[in-house]
Ligand binder design. Structure first.
Ligand code: KMH
Ligand code: ZN
Length: 274
């Protein structure tokens, strides 16, 4: 089997330090976490940015400060900015791709997200997809159910996405498909040939479903965005989650991809400079 690309999702849009004190929030904490995860085996860091008070922000100055801190400390690691999140408007969330990260998330559909609403309006989402294509920022397509995959494939037909597509199959969000092996196998069986994918297993099923995904030949993601715990009652930190995933990959004899290998495997386009 080919090398496996590990992504560390360092922070997420919802949890706070009150939930887990290891949650990286400041530029220095994000740089520390990115370095520790890179050393543990991660090729990519997926990033949500927080302001000085720890609240989600997409203010470009703050986002750039965090990206610079990470790139300065660990220039090898690939950065993937989230365009998701509940609070900032879609228009503001979309602007962060102007900072030209190597990758950014693209969520094809609006949905319930627990007791909140995750807004990804069809017209604005298409505008963002087009802009990402123009800039050479590869979309990490986050799909939370079968219908989201169909919408992503329509974007391909509309010329808004370039192949090969990269999917994250998100399972376990209240509003999306449940975190079950059946859902993972079912959605993977509908992916077109030549796509790359990983499972994002939110919450308690993180270890089991990520392991099944690795055994099925997918890439893998973990981090405090996806689970705050290593096991019941034991809080995690990002590097320990990556180290545990590396053990799983070693057990399944999947070599770990370096960031350079990840660039080739994902066929990341060249970024168009400003
Ligand atoms: N925490 C994810 C399940 C994104 O990064 O684009 C939802 C999310 C999407 O934040
Ligand atoms: Zn995210």
């Amino acid at each position: 089997m080919s090398s496996i690309i590990i992504t560390a999702a360092l922070t997420g849009p919802i949890a706070t330090k009150a939930d887990n004190p290891a949650l990286p929030v400041t530029p220095a904490e994000l740089a520390d976490a990115a370095e520790a995860c890179y050393k543990a085996g991660a090729a990519i860091v997926h990033l949500h940015i927080r302001d000085e008070k720890g609240a989600p922000t997409v203010e470009l100055k703050r986002v750039k400060q965090c990206l610079d801190a990470i790139h300065e400390r660990v220039p090898q690691v690939l950065t993937q900015l989230s365009t998701g999140g509940i609070e900032p408007t879609y228009e503001d969330r979309s602007k962060i791709v102007e900072l030209r990260p190597r990758m950014a998330s693209l969520n094809p559909c609006t949905m319930s997200f627990g007791l909140t609403e995750f807004r990804n309006p069809p017209k604005e989402m298409r505008k963002l997809a087009a802009r990402m294509r123009e800039l050479g920022v590869k979309p990490e397509l986050e799909i939370y159910d079968y219908g989201h995959l169909d919408v992503a494939l329509s974007l391909l037909k509309e010329g808004l996405l370039a192949e090969p597509l990269q999917f994250s199959i998100v399972l376990g969000v209240a509003g999306g498909a449940a975190a079950t092996p059946q859902n993972l196998v079912g959605i993977v069986s509908h992916l077109p040939k030549g796509t790359t994918w990983q499972v994002i297993a939110v919450g308690r099923a993180n270890l089991e479903l990520t392991t099944i995904g690795v055994a099925m030949g997918g890439n893998a993601r973990t981090g405090l965005e996806d689970t705050l715990y290593l096991r019941k009652g034991v809080l995690a930190d990002n590097a320990s989650l990556v180290a545990r995933l590396v053990q799983v990959c070693n057990g399944l004899e999947r070599p770990i991809a370096t960031p350079e290998e990840a660039v080739k495997l994902l066929q990341l386009p060249e970024i168009k400079q400003a």
